[in-house]
Structures are given as structure tokens and as C-alpha cells.
Design a binder for this molecule. Structure first.
Ligand SMILES: Cc1cc2nc3c(=O)[nH]c(=O)nc-3n(C[C@H](O)[C@H](O)[C@H](O)COP(=O)(O)OP(=O)(O)OC[C@H]3O[C@@H](n4cnc5c(N)ncnc54)[C@H](O)[C@@H]3O)c2cc1C
Length: 402
């Protein structure tokens, strides 16, 4: 018998998870607050909190999951592989390099345009008979008893009352569901915003990703489809960004990039519109309670410094679907609380490792104390020269060793 699961939130995580469930033959209702566009008449303009001007670095594991879903062929039209990673610090001698060839992998992952990822996911969701997509609907109440979870929602003038044995809350960093269930969250404001845009450089990117720690903040420059296009993600102290946003400040921003990067990428010639995202870490105190499980940013929102947030969510979603499938093989209760607790427990090690790693990179590299700077440099040199470290780190970054 098919069980009904409700997912609240159709961002990148909710949509990907719905497709994983459908592949496992589990029927799902997906509720999303935003009214999705019809692609017949809409181009790739930003329109959605997840499918925006950003690009995402997908780890090899995430790519594998999309391959299993049969989506990679469509996704790769606007994705490009990362073959090398260079990590440097402004004003320092240390440099760490990772090469896919040396690690005996095809690539470390792929950079994809979020707008494209969203478009492919949504198109596929709309085709799936096992997914009922209800968009333009705001969930306004979530309660539960021992047998089911109950949702109240509004869509225009319409009032919806829904129930399910399992609710998956993928409703983002400020998750309504998390709050409705009284689940606390620890929050740390990094006092930073990420400046996000696309630039064109005079040197081709040759599929190299750069992470440069600068006094303004860690600047990531990732290759994009098209030899000279690169994605910029630059977390800077709140307030610093003011003089870079707005079309009139294009040159000002290009100059700041040039000064920070030097000539490794050649000349920074053109920039797209800059967008800014406030950065904080938000960690739910519990991820499973009764018949509800938190997923995606609702469970853990982390700093984008190493491009790990969405990749971690994809691994969570994949493991959850495995638990649900195993559960259905033994019982017809897909939302059994003890199974959800077992899922939560199973994911803790990977989650804590990634959360700790991203947080320590941000804190470790933001201190300009000369002694700490020296230690960081020696660390980068050691990383580049001591055998055995690179494969280990590369495997973690690719999401293959969890
Ligand atoms: C600058 C930046 C760069 C990043 N780069 C990377 C990267 O390179 N690689 C990587 O792995 N990760 C990256 N991340 C992280 C990644 O973007 C997030 O992990 C991902 O967007 C989380 O998606 P989500 O679906 O959980 O949340 P969201 O995108 O916030 O989606 C939540 C959805 O829930 C809906 N919703 C909310 N409330 C309700 C309600 N009451 N009723 C119905 N629907 C509701 C919202 O409308 C929304 O569509 C980056 C993050 C930032 C900020």
C-alpha cells in the first residue's frame, strides 16, 4: 500500500527529496509557499529563495544521487566540473593544491547554476505521478498526535486541512514547522553577508576553483560553463558590501576583486549584478520529534565557505529515504517515531563533522593575528607536501567518505 508523506517546503532540498521518494515508490504531497512559474513563458530569471543568482558546488556524491535519479543528463547542460582546487591566503606564502587527476577521480564535483537546477527539478516533479505538488500554499499550523501529523494551510481564500503519517519539514532556515513544534535552535550570526555574482576574467578558468582568504573575507571563485565565466561567493563583514552593490559600482567591485586576487585569473573584466545573503549558523536542537523530521536548512543552516550545505542536505535526504524504505518493508507505518530517531542518530557524525569544519574555517581564517597567520601558512604548506592528507580531505569534500 502507498503511504502518504507530506513535505513542507519546495526549495532545492524539498524538490530533490520528493524525487528520491517517488523513485522509491513512496507517494508524497509537496507544499510550497511560493507560486512556481510556468516555464513556457519564463526564462531563467531569479524567482525563488533557492533558485536564485547563486551557483552551487555539487559534490561528487550529490552528482551520483542525481545520476541515480536519472537527472544528471539534463542538469549537466549548465554545470561544469572542478578539476583543481587552489587555496591561498592574501599576503602569505602558503598554498594548497588539490588535483582531481592525482586523486584519481574524474572531478571533485560540479558547479551548477541554481536557476537551472531548480528548473530541472521542478519540471521532473511535475511529471511524477507519485508527487502531488501544491504551490502557493502557506502552512500555518503543524500539530501531531500518536497516529498522525496535522497541517493547516491557506492558499488564497482556500483553507486546507491535511494529515499524514509523516511530515518532512524542509521549510528553510527560519522554519515555521520547527517553531510550531517548539524545537529550539542555536543561532550564531557571523556578522557577514555573502556577495554573490558572476564575473568574466581575461584568463580561462581551466576548471580550477580558487579559495582565497583575504582580510575582507574568504573569496571563492569557481568555474562556470563558458571558459571565462566564474562564480563569485565572497563573505564579507556586514556593512562592507554597501559600496559594491548597485550597477554604478561595477568597477569598484572589479577593482576589489583584482586587488584581492592579483593576476591569477587575469583581468577581472565584467561583473553581473551583485546579490547579498546574510550569513548565520542555525542548528536545530532536535531533527526528529514524533512523526516529523526536519530536513535541509530547517535542520542545519551553515556558512557557505566550503560549499557544503546543500551537499550535506542531499546525503541526509538520501539516508532518510533508505530508512523509510526499510521501514515500509516491515510495517505500514512510515512515520514511526523510533525509526525517525534512528535516522537522526545515524546522520549526526557526518553533520557534526561538516558543521564543525565550516565553522572552524570561518573562525580560523578570520583572525589576522600574525602568529595565527604563520600557523595557517605552515598548515597550507604541510597540506601541500605531506603525503596522505590530500586524499583524505578530497574524499570528505567530495562527500564520499562520511
Ligand atoms: C551564498 C551561498 C552560497 C551557497 N553555496 C553552496 C554551494 O556551493 N554548495 C552547497 O552544497 N551549498 C551551498 N549553499 C547552501 C545551500 O544554498 C542551502 O543548503 C540550500 O539552499 C538549502 O535549501 P532548503 O531547500 O533547505 O531551504 P530553502 O531554499 O530556504 O527552501 C525552503 C522552502 O520552504 C518554503 N517555505 C517556507 N515556509 C513555508 C511555509 N510555512 N509553508 C510552505 N512553504 C514554506 C520556502 O518558500 C522555500 O521555498 C550556499 C548558501 C549560500 C547562502
Amino acid at each position: 500500500m502507498q503511504q502518504e508523506v507530506i513535505i513542507v517546503g519546495g526549495g532545492m532540498v524539498g524538490l530533490s527529496l520528493a524525487l528520491m521518494l517517488a523513485k522509491a515508490n513512496i507517494a508524497v504531497k509537496l507544499l510550497e509557499a511560493i507560486k512556481y512559474p510556468n516555464y513556457d513563458d519564463v526564462n531563467l530569471a531569479p524567482y525563488h529563495s533557492s533558485f536564485d543568482a547563486r551557483n552551487s558546488a555539487l559534490s561528487r556524491r550529490s552528482v551520483q544521487i542525481y545520476q541515480e535519479l536519472g537527472l544528471w543528463h539534463a542538469l549537466q547542460a549548465h554545470a561544469t566540473p572542478i578539476l583543481e582546487v587552489h587555496i591561498t591566503e592574501q599576503g602569505s606564502f602558503g598554498k594548497a593544491r588539490l588535483k582531481a587527476e592525482q586523486e584519481k577521480v574524474e572531478s571533485f564535483g560540479q558547479v551548477i547554476e541554481n536557476a537551472w537546477l531548480g528548473r530541472v527539478l521542478l519540471t521532473e516533479v511535475r511529471k511524477q505521478p507519485l508527487i502531488e505538488l501544491i504551490d502557493g500554499v502557506q502552512v500555518t499550523s503543524l500539530t501531531q498526535d500518536t497516529d498522525q501529523a496535522l497541517i493547516e494551510a491557506i492558499r488564497g481564500e482556500e483553507h486546507l486541512s491535511l494529515q499524514a503519517k509523516l511530515v518532512i519539514a524542509a521549510d528553510g532556515r527560519d522554519s515555521f514547522c520547527r517553531k510550531a513544534l517548539g524545537i529550539g535552535a542555536s543561532e550564531h550570526d557571523y556578522d557577514q553577508v555573502a556577495i554573490v555574482t558572476t564575473v568574466q576574467t581575461s584568463k580561462p578558468h581551466k576548471h580550477v576553483g580558487f579559495e582565497r582568504f583575504s582580510h575582507l573575507g574568504p573569496l571563492a571563485l569557481l568555474p562556470l560553463p563558458g571558459e571565462y565565466r566564474r562564480s563569485v561567493v565572497w563573505p564579507v563583514k556586514k556593512g562592507t558590501e554597501g559600496e559594491w552593490l548597485g550597477d554604478e559600482n561595477d568597477q569598484h567591485f572589479l577593482d576589489a576583486l583584482q586587488e584581492t586576487y592579483g593576476d591569477r585569473a587575469g583581468k577581472f573584466q565584467k561583473t553581473g549584478k551583485r546579490f547579498s545573503f546574510p550569513l548565520s549558523q542555525v542548528l536545530a536542537e532536535k531533527q526528529a520529534i514524533g512523526r516529523v523530521v526536519l530536513m535541509g536548512n530547517a535542520a542545519h543552516t551553515i556558512h557557505p565557505v566550503a560549499g557544503q550545505g546543500f551537499n550535506l542536505c542531499m546525503r541526509d535526504a538520501y539516508v532518510l529515504v533508505r530508512y523509510l524504505t526499510e521501514q515500509l518493508a516491515q510495517s505500514d507505518d512510515i512515520g514511526q517515531p523510533s525509526m525517525l530517531l534512528a535516522y537522526e542518530q545515524a546522520r549526526l557524525t557526518d553533520q557534526q563533522r561538516v558543521i564543525k569544519f565550516c565553522d572552524s574555517v570561518v573562525r580560523g581564517f578570520s583572525n589576522q593575528n600574525p602568529i595565527l597567520k604563520f600557523i595557517r601558512n605552515t598548515g597550507l604548506v604541510a597540506f601541500d607536501t605531506i603525503p596522505g592528507i590530500k586524499p583524505l580531505v578530497a574524499n570528505y569534500a567530495m562527500g564520499l567518505k562520511v
